[in-house]
Design a protein around this ligand. Sequence first.
Ligand code: AKG
Length: 279
Amino acid sequence: MNREPLEPVTDAQVRAFREDGAICLRRVFDADWIEALRAAVDDDIASPGPMVRLNTPAGNPGRFFVDFQLWQRHDACRKAALASPLPAIAARLLASTRVNWYHDHLLVKEPGTLERTPWHHDFPYYPLQSDGELDGVASFWLPLDPVPRDTAVEYVRGSHRWGKRYAPKFFRKEAAFDTAAVPVEEVPDIDAQRDRYEFLGWDMAPGDVIAFTGLTLHGAPGNRALDRRRRAWALRYLGERVRWSERPGTVSPPIEGHGLKDGDAIGGPLFPRAWPQTS
Ligand SMILES: O=C(O)CCC(=O)C(=O)O
């Protein structure tokens, strides 16, 4: 299992991450990683964690399966979070001398799944504050199956620089979170006015990852293919300028037991240092 990306990340890609808000990195993980992560994901689906969510209503085809924190239950996921090529890439993208692990998110769309992932950006879901140039979050979307562009997540180019914080919603009900502390501006109806935006999306092979900021708007179609799963695992890292931000109401994922208070630096056993690596 490689610790350096098979294809080096270039300075031009780092600049594009900051400028566009999302980039596709090819051949980051080797086949051994993909095999180990597929096995972990399938184990998790068979025996999910406490935050599992099923986003497909009964009677609909396929299944949109969501879970969190696989790194706490599966060795391959823990290694991918803390001892893979990603922590160093996150530090470079965020221009941060240190990054901490934040959380992971499993999003599986089985063949025939109709449900979309609604347009959203991630930062308002989090009890975090950041005074960094970007928002201090480096997210990676790692597909474990080949995913054509028309099934993959797509991103609104440059949307992380709009200065907006859109109200978070539950994916399944598209219901707003119960929170008074985050802005309530609604995400614009991106699909109704697609000609107003520029989109980024890629055909993806297992081993490729998309890197994106916590403020880049993104969404994904269902997986209408009847012969292909769409298993994707997302990983999040935080740069050194991010602080905890206590707030009432819903946050996602609802991680408990971290002991952090408003304004604290990120750390502790639930958010371990990922870069520089210690092992
Ligand atoms: O996999 C998807 O459908 C969406 C992924 C996503 O929203 C994320 O990684 O933040």
